[in-house]
Design a protein around this ligand. Structure first.
Ligand SMILES: NC(=O)c1ccc[n+]([C@@H]2O[C@H](COP(=O)([O-])OP(=O)(O)OC[C@H]3O[C@@H](n4cnc5c(N)ncnc54)[C@H](O)[C@@H]3O)[C@@H](O)[C@H]2O)c1
Ligand SMILES: [Zn+2]
Ligand SMILES: [Zn+2]
Length: 367
């Protein structure tokens, strides 16, 4: 099969013919139908997060089950699925307590780009190839842990389904699972990329009094308005904290989500809070970045700074839940999709993401 491999930081992806294994007893092989391009893939490509090459990049993916392992009962060939990049083991303390997004097995294995048994399912000649977040969706096929493939309705457009695998669940989940605004509260969303726009869609479901979207691209701010933002701030033109105070009569916002992945924007989210407010860190910074906050304000104003991994989602509950809201017209996920490209166009897609010139999420289609 064809796969786009990360081989070294700063290098273009390498499009290779590789071998994909049969699924092990509790695994499934998926024929990928669509994949999305997330900033987290770019972090690896740019060398801002370490990963041992070669890696099939891509962790936002949808597809059709091609083969199932001998112990898999809940999926069958032909099922349409969305892939989860935190395949939960189902038995660790986090899985059992309803927080599979923190699964200890997934953190120790999928987050190191290997299967739960520590090995890989893709080969290039006699070399083992890792699969990013145990998904590796920039390839025609992927073998994944069976818990990492969530069955969905076959009517869903594969492009939309793929985005549910990361950006949508991360963003919508942050706004409805990790920390939901109360109806009538004010909300700030920093960053209007795939994740930030998804936060905006999720926060809109909570009926905020005001939803302020921030970006450095007018196209993205226009999209944010279409998805529910009531106000926008262009961070190139004005100081964001001052602009938020102007819009909120000096009070600040009740809830702020950081969806850019910059330490200074985490500080902006925190500094823009009203007394009693909560800042949610969704964006993921380059390894080693730190933030500086005023702990006196934190105690005196009872501020909360919290984090959100994968939208605090339970994929088998939240993927179908999000898609049901999409089908009812409550989440305009189609608006998220930008260019639809092929595997060979990925370098251009990443270059435009790095330059901030993409409009909408780039989706890779597999004809
Ligand atoms: N917490 C999680 O589970 C999780 C999951 C997926 C992605 N992420 C992270 O979320 C972040 C966003 O991912 P994405 O795929 O949406 O990226 P993206 O590149 O599509 O979007 C980032 C947006 O931020 C904007 N931006 C850049 N600099 C800015 C600034 N100074 N002020 C305002 N806006 C600015 C860009 O124009 C862009 O629209 C990344 O850090 C990614 O790693 C986190
Ligand atoms: Zn992602
Ligand atoms: Zn677990």
């Amino acid at each position: 099969m064809k796969a786009a491999l990360f081989t070294a930081p700063g290098q273009p992806l390498s499009l290779e013919e590789v071998e994909i294994a049969d699924p092990g007893p509790s695994e499934v092989r998926i024929r990928i139908t669509a994949a999305g391009v997330c900033h987290s893939d770019l972090r690896v490509l740019a060398g801002e997060w370490g990963a041992t090459p070669p890696v099939v990049l891509g962790h936002e993916g949808a597809g059709v089950v091609d083969a199932v392992g001998s112990q898999v009962n809940h999926l069958a060939p032909g099922d349409h699925v969305v892939l989860s990049w935190t395949p939960s083991c189902g038995t660790c303390r986090y899985c059992v307590s309803g927080r599979p997004q923190l699964c200890q097995v997934a953190v120790a294995t999928a987050y190191n780009n290997v299967m739960p048994d520590g090995t890989t399912r893709v080969r290039l000649g006699d070399q083992a190839v890792y699969s990013y977040l145990s998904v590796g969706s920039f390839a025609q096929y992927a073998v994944v842990p069976a818990q990492g493939a969530i069955k969905i309705d076959e009517k869903i457009d594969p492009g939309v389904a793929a985005l549910v695998g990361c950006a949508v669940t991360t963003g919508v989940g942050a706004a409805i699972n990790t920390h939901a605004a109360m109806p009538g509260e004010s909300v700030l969303v920093l960053g209007s990329g795939g994740v930030g726009l998804s936060v905006t869609m999720g926060a809109t479901l909570q009926s905020p009094s005001m939803l302020i979207a921030v970006d450095v691209s007018q196209d993205k701010l226009d999209l944010a308005r279409e998805m529910g933002a009531t106000h926008t701030i262009d961070a190139r033109e004005t100081d964001v904290v001052e602009a938020v105070h102007d819009l909120t009569h000096g009070r600040g916002v009740d809830v702020a989500y950081e969806a850019i992945g910059r330490a200074s924007s985490v500080e902006t989210a925190y500094d823009a809070l009203a007394p009693g407010g909560t800042a949610v860190v969704v964006g993921q910074v380059a390894t080693g970045e730190r933030v500086s906050i005023d702990p006196m304000r934190m105690s005196g104003r009872e501020l909360t700074l919290t984090g959100s991994n994968y939208g605090s989602a339970r994929p088998s509950v939240d993927f179908p839940r999000i898609l049901a809201m999409y089908e009812r017209g409550l989440l305009p996920l189609d608006l998220l999709i930008g260019d639809r490209v092929g595997l060979a166009d990925l370098d251009a897609a990443f270059a435009s993401m790095a330059a901030g010139t993409t409009s909408g999420r780039v989706v890779v289609d597999f004809p």
